[in-house]
Design a protein around this ligand. Structure first.
Ligand SMILES: [Zn+2]
Length: 373
């Protein structure tokens, strides 16, 4: 999500929750089967210990290499660990072995969608839906993906080196070219800062405001989001090139964070890095903090900012930017490795100590800068 500076009254944030892959995954994803081989692996998944689950599934697969449930379990664990390549391979294997495996098809569709492979996503969900005609969640998701796909099919696709830019033809061509140029310019800078580069081209979809809100179901004040694809509403709120550049750069930072650490990154860290790296103009931060009616502890900013009202969100972005600024200077070139450690399940404080940064020093500096007693 990105917040505006050019149009102060307007909050240019996207409601990731409205189209968040993670939310869907928890609904469609791993369901511990009854009488499964390796029940302890399913229990490990249930108590959110995917490392343990993955290693048990792996051992069990050595003994039962043709058990589709075990491949499904291995895929679920890999997905929870952010290893989407491995997750896709395991789920494809599960579906090869049992073509009527609805849960595996649904999760395969979800991950394919997150990876930008809409064709595989829709195909898998269609099959899952036909196997479970009464499942409304699957039917609704399928309907949304199909509508989205038909909108995108009418768009022009401009593949460039590290991105696929989709936009309506005609008048949007100039904006499409501009966004392509900005993103290619930012690709190296952001990738180096976080020591990570997306393994595949990142899909960027430029919508008219109406199409953006129709597809993302985000509130009228939002203008950008990242959910495996960068989605930006062009025109309207983003009529200035500066605001557009900042929002697409911000969303690209989320794409790079997702490639470095697909899971477990607290919202303040993710949004802080995106806000910190989106541009060099951070004058607004101290202004927002000075006017803030209250400062919220970072621990309360772990989930997304989508539920916050406009004023609270502005303060949350300012607090997060401050934290990211401090981390960047304290961690230096270790920032990317730090991010990966947090993504692998270590706490922020733990990960800081790994790089000889005292957590107390970080928190004290943050409290001083945000004006928290
Ligand atoms: Zn953001």
């Amino acid at each position: 999500m990105a917040i505006p500076r050019s149009t102060w009254g307007l909050l240019l944030a996207a409601f990731l929750a409205a189209f968040s892959g993670l939310l869907v995954a928890t609904r469609l994803g791993a369901r511990p089967p009854r009488e499964a081989v390796a029940p302890e692996a399913w229990h490990a998944l249930e108590r959110n210990d995917p490392e343990q689950a993955a290693s048990i599934f792996k051992r069990a697969l050595n003994e039962h290499p043709r058990d589709p449930m075990l491949h499904y379990g291995a895929g679920s664990a890999a997905y929870a660990l952010g290893r989407t390549d491995a997750a896709l391979a395991s789920l494809k294997r599960a579906v090869d072995l049992d073509p009527d495996f609805a849960d595996a098809l649904a999760l395969l569709g979800q991950i394919a969608y997150e990876r930008g492979d809409s064709a595989l996503a829709i195909r898998s969900l269609q099959k899952a839906s036909s196997l479970r005609p009464g499942d409304r969640r699957v039917a609704e998701l399928l309907d949304r993906w199909q509508r989205e796909s038909s909108v995108h099919n009418s768009y022009v696709e401009k593949p460039i080196e590290h991105f696929r830019i989709l936009y309506e033809g005609g008048a949007q061509q100039t904006i499409g070219d501009h966004v392509a140029r900005v993103l290619e310019e930012q690709y190296g800078r952001i990738g180096r800062a976080l020591n990570s580069f997306p393994s595949e081209p990142v899909t960027v979809i430029l919508y008219t405001n109406v199409a953006f809100h129709d597809i993302t179901r985000s509130p009228s004040w939002s203008a950008g989001g990242y959910d495996g694809r960068i989605r930006v509403a062009v025109g309207g709120a983003l009529d200035s090139s500066y605001a557009l550049d900042r929002v697409v750069t911000h969303e690209f930072v989320h794409a790079v964070v997702a490639s470095a650490a697909p899971r477990r990154i607290p919202a303040w860290l993710n949004e802080g890095l995106a806000t910190h790296l989106e541009s060099s103009d951070h004058m607004w931060v101290s202004e927002a903090l000075r006017k803030a009616p209250a400062i919220v502890p970072l621990d309360n900013l772990v989930q997304g900012f989508g539920g916050l009202d406009e004023q609270s969100a502005l303060v949350a972005y300012a607090e997060s930017e401050t934290a990211a600024d401090i981390l960047c200077s304290q961690l230096g070139s270790n920032l990317g490795s730090f991010l990966q450690l947090v993504g692998s399940g270590r706490s922020v404080d733990d990960a800081l100590m790994e790089f000889q940064v005292q957590p107390n020093a970080f928190h004290a500096e943050w409290r001083r800068r945000v004006g928290m007693p």
